[in-house]
Design a binder for this molecule. Structure first.
Ligand code: CU
Length: 166
């Protein structure tokens, strides 16, 4: 009896904890915090989206991709190569370590919406489903912020600090 009532309680808690206006989206041990996307100019075919992905579990997980009804969802990484920022698709998924978190932010990892069906307008909320190897699909709502939002100035230029040559 005790076990089943505890289970019912846990279930009720899970249901009531479903995100309403929360800026947090969960599935299993995965918590996605403050997802946002950058507004795109008219005619743009791609748009970036950012968030922090936390893994509260004892086992590593992996973001493997996603879907949306307005774009194709890709996982990208910005990296400085010989002083030039380059963007590439992360193949094989993005590892989310156990008891750890990975930040998707301008200048680093990000979700790239490609083949946009319409521009992302500031003030809009857009929905996409992100898929994790273990936690499964997570429905996420992104707030669309202005073109110049959050840390574009933080993107590193150069990287010629060391100048090491082998
Ligand atoms: Cu990209």
């Amino acid at each position: 009896m005790r076990h089943s009532s505890l289970f019912a309680l846990a279930l009720a808690f899970t249901l009531s904890a479903a995100p309403a206006l929360a800026q947090e989206f969960k599935a299993g041990d995965i918590v996605i915090e403050k997802p946002w996307a950058r507004a795109t100019p008219k005619g743009a075919e791609v748009g970036g989206a950012y968030m922090t992905i936390e893994n509260k579990g004892a086992a590593p997980d992996r973001l493997t991709g996603g879907t949306s009804d307005f774009a194709t969802v890709e996982i990208h990484e910005m990296k400085s190569e010989n002083g030039v920022m380059e963007m590439r698709e992360v193949t094989g998924g993005l590892d989310i370590p156990a008891h750890g978190s990975v930040a998707l932010a301008p200048g680093g990892y990000h979700i790239m919406f490609t083949h946009l069906a319409h521009p992302l307008a500031k003030g809009d909320t857009i929905k996409a489903t992100l898929t994790f190897e273990h936690a499964g699909p997570v429905e996420v709502e992104f707030n669309v912020l202005g073109v110049g939002a959050a840390g574009t100035g933080g993107a590193m230029k150069g990287g010629a600090m060391g100048g090491m040559k082998m």
